[in-house]
Ligand binder design. Structure first.
Ligand code: GUN
Length: 294
């Protein structure tokens, strides 16, 4: 049995955050305090945890944060009004509305209401287009950007590699595929999803597998080519009565089963998760710089 490299997102994220800390002091010296507004609607426990980490990380770096917690009964109009207020607030350079919102909210309309210059999630159509165009003035969605950074720092060559992205979401799958196929990465990319015929066979072609479906432990050993690199984006809560919380976190990849077959793999937690937050901080600093005309 092979011992794979464990791609330690926590330590790579810490290095990215150190760079951010430096940049924050440079901005402060110019009289600019970078600011991020985080909007949470409703009581989804996982979203509460993510929003908490985002706000806490801002504090650790000296980024101003404004947290807006709205009840699940908030109307679409009320939410859009808040977004417009944040668009107009000069102390806020980045705006993030935590996904998923309650079902009665039209998420697409809310994203379109965000000023694309403040859209640090990179979800606004203008930023989606810039990603497709490889225009670096846009914002790249944080999770796929974090996966790319982790691959790059780990010295994993994407040039000419076969990459399979499982999942076609606008948050991860689609932007991930665009990044991998871009002229700076040059991978050959397949996007697979729940309707793909023979998902295991498609996955077995990959030198690099990115699993982003939200299904606990879906990717098994016989899905993975020996020596492949596996990036697990999933953060799933599964019941576990032996834990105080009543649940444990697991990825989309059955880690124990898959790890012995691959060259490198990300753990859950401690893989992609911390990278997402680090890239959000980077995007917030990019927004602050751009809005200051730097
Ligand atoms: N929910 C899960 N991932 C994300 C993300 O990157 N941004 C936002 N806004 N919501 C999310």
């Amino acid at each position: 049995m092979n011992q794979p490299r464990i791609l330690d997102g926590k330590s790579v994220a810490a290095a990215v955050l150190d760079e951010c800390r430096n940049e924050v002091s440079q901005l402060l010296a110019k009289g600019i305090t970078p600011g991020l507004a985080v909007v949470l609607i409703g009581e989804d426990p996982a979203s509460q945890v993510y929003v908490g980490s985002k706000v806490r990380t801002c504090g650790e770096l000296g980024i101003f944060s404004r947290k807006e917690t709205l009840p699940s009964t908030t109307t679409q109009d009320e939410l859009i009004k808040l977004v417009q207020e944040l668009n107009a607030d000069p102390s806020v350079h980045g705006i993030l509305v935590q996904s998923p919102p309650p079902k009665h909210i039209d998420e697409e309309a809310v994203i379109r209401a965000i000023d694309p210059r403040k859209d640090v999630d990179g979800f606004h159509p203008e930023n989606v287009a810039k990603l497709a165009l490889e225009d670096p003035s846009g914002f790249v969605p944080c999770t796929p950007a974090g996966c790319m950074k982790l691959l790059e720092v780990s010295g994993i060559n994407t040039n000419g590699a076969e990459a399979v992205v499982i999942g076609r979401s606008m948050i991860v799958g689609k932007p991930m595929a665009l990044l991998l196929v871009s002229k700076s990465a040059n991978a050959t990319v397949t996007i697979a999803h729940s309707r793909s015929k023979d998902l295991p066979a498609i996955c077995r072609r990959a030198d690099i597998v990115i699993a982003a479906v939200g299904r606990p432990d879906m990717v098994k050993a016989d899905w993975v080519k020996p020596g492949a690199v596996v990036i697990d984006v999933g953060i799933n809560r599964v019941e576990d009565s032996s834990k105080k919380s009543g649940f444990r976190l697991t990825g989309d990849v059955d880690f124990k089963d898959v790890a012995p077959h691959c060259a490198a793999i990300t753990p859950v937690p401690g893989g992609v998760g911390p990278m997402t937050i680090a890239m959000l901080m980077k995007n917030t600093l990019q927004a602050a710089r751009q809005q200051a005309g730097l």
